[in-house]
Ligand binder design. Structure first.
Ligand code: 6PG
Length: 248
């Protein structure tokens, strides 16, 4: 599918409204899934309001925790208790607070020997969960994939100009050199794996993001613009991040 042909943009007032709108979308996807559901989380500051909300009522009681599985789109190659760890952040903000069954959280194993190894192990876990080594667009891997965008246009740990952008076969790859700080090696899901979802939801807030959102929407060749979805592709912005002409 050509990137971004199906993009929907939603603009809400502020960070609080973003967290609530994202929580609504997540609950809807979980309800649709009926049985086992898979959510791919993201790092960064933008999803933190959502994560906090999920640990609080009324949201907490609306999530069928026992049947939801949690993955992460990318992580820094650091231990989970390091403040830089994306899965560590999600655990602290909500997963640990609500007592998610241990087997329902599938972190990138950053205690592996190196990022390549961690990528292979995580790919194996995801393929086992999916039950096949090839993705079938008619049977998405995820119900919801959360994404963010960095000031340079990166998304997950897919940085401008790096070769991981062109990966078509592997679902998870090591990233030896990050494109921006923190300068630690990363592990990231690839575009085809991230695309295998009923919905990809970008969460973007703050005036500091307005220019990069404008560039992505204008069709510049940036990683966040290359991200595509086999299902819905939604950009959820607050007013501060929304470029001219996208104020909802
Ligand atoms: C990471 C994230 C990354 C993030 C963007 C946006 O590991 O850093 O997964 O891709 O989503 O950098 O980050 P903010 O939400 O903090 O702006």
């Amino acid at each position: 599918m050509a990137a971004n042909t199906n993009r929907e943009t939603i603009v809400v007032a502020d960070e609080k409204a973003i967290a609530e709108a994202a929580a609504h979308r997540l609950i809807n996807r979980l309800e649709e899934a009926k049985d086992r559901a898979a959510i791919c989380l993201t790092g960064g500051s933008s999803p933190q309001g959502l994560y906090r909300l999920l640990a609080e009522e009324p949201w907490r009681s609306r999530v069928p925790w026992g049947r939801v599985h949690w993955f992460i789109g990318d992580d820094r190659f650091v231990p989970e208790d390091d403040p830089l760890s994306n899965m560590g952040m999600a655990r602290r903000l909500f997963l640990d607070k609500v007592g998610v069954p241990r087997g329902n959280v599938h972190p990138i194993p950053t205690d592996a020997d190196d990022p390549e190894n961690a990528a292979n192990l995580n790919q194996h876990t995801i393929r086992e969960f999916y039950g096949a080594g090839r993705l079938d667009p008619a049977r998405p891997l995820f119900d919801l994939v959360l994404m963010g965008v960095g000031p340079d246009g990166h998304t997950a740990s897919l940085f401008p100009g790096q070769r991981e952008l062109d990966e078509k076969e592997r679902w998870v790859v090591g990233v030896a050199k990050a494109g921006m700080e923190p300068w630690v090696p990363r592990v990231t899901l690839t575009f085809p794996a991230l695309a295998s979802t009923r919905e990809m939801l970008f969460i973007v807030d703050g005036a500091g993001k307005r220019d990069i959102v404008r560039r992505v929407f204008s069709g510049e060749d940036l990683p966040a613009a290359r991200a595509y979805s086999d299902g819905a592709l939604v950009w959820l912005l607050d007013r501060a991040a929304a470029p001219e002409g996208h104020h909802g």
